[in-house]
Write a protein that binds this ligand. Structure first.
Ligand SMILES: CC(=O)N[C@H](C=O)[C@@H](O)[C@H](O)[C@H](O)COP(=O)(O)O
Length: 226
């Protein structure tokens, strides 16, 4: 619980590069992670066992690890095998799909969390897409809940910005800490998420994904090269 307390009111920064991108390299992601820690991140969120291993060996803050497998359905740390690998790589917190959808290995979320607890000391962040997910994930034993999958799991509409309504609704219903995550683009949105009851805020793309940030600028310019 002490580890969770260190994140209270803070900014968790997700440092991820996607398959095929130039920054997809454990050394590069470690440099990104060290840079966001220098700026005050209370924790980092990192994808894939290789990046988790490299980053957790170097950064002085908790590492929230995940392993994406695929891009559809349940793909964030989808099975117990993935969760164990992320913990073994050094993650202090394992983030996994916390929706009520069937999981590829047939285990329930509760069984997955129990299996992880038997083998490791890692805490669990359940990535949710609705209030019903959050309630079920709390029941299943998650240590932290996040709104990561709002707009992606089919239960909430996809918005341009963060689903602050969901943050408030979950925070009002559960007793475990709630992380506001997903499409937070500005410091102001992050501050509002905390006001609405989030325990901490997680920002990825707007801080660590240069291709997206560049695109936002370019698309906002009135005209430019074709
Ligand atoms: C839905 C999904 O796959 N989310 C992923 C989860 O790890 C990441 O791609 C996001 O970057 C992360 O959740 C942070 O959100 P944003 O980048 O919007 O600040």
């Amino acid at each position: 619980m002490n580890l969770i307390k260190t994140m209270r009111g803070g900014l968790i920064v997700s440092c991820q590069a996607y398959p095929g991108e130039p920054m997809r390299d454990p050394r590069t992601m470690t440099q990104v992670a060290l840079s966001v820690v220098a700026g005050g991140a209370v924790a980092v969120r990192v994808e894939g066992p290789d990046d988790v291993r490299a980053v957790s060996a170097q950064v002085p803050v908790p590492v929230v690890g995940l392993w994406k497998d695929g891009t559809d359905g349940v793909f964030i740390t989808p099975t117990l095998r993935h969760a164990l690998a992320v913990a073994e790589a050094g993650a202090h917190v394992v983030a996994l799909d916390g929706t009520r959808r069937p999981r590829p290995d047939g285990r329930t979320l509760a069984e997955t969390i129990a299996g992880l607890r038997e083998a490791t000391e890692a805490l669990v962040m359940a990535d949710c897409g609705s209030v019903a997910d959050a309630l079920a994930a709390q029941e299943a034993g998650a240590d932290l809940l996040s709104t990561t999958l709002s707009g992606y799991s089919g239960e909430r509409p996809m918005r341009d910005g963060p689903d602050l309504e969901l943050v408030a609704a979950i925070a009002g219903e559960v007793s475990v800490p709630v992380v506001a995550e997903g499409r937070i683009r500005t410091p102001e949105q992050a501050a509002v998420a905390l006001e609405r009851g989030a325990f901490a805020v997680c920002v990825g793309t707007a801080i660590t994904h240069p291709a997206s940030i560049t695109r936002w600028f370019r698309e906002t310019l009135p005209s430019g090269p074709e």
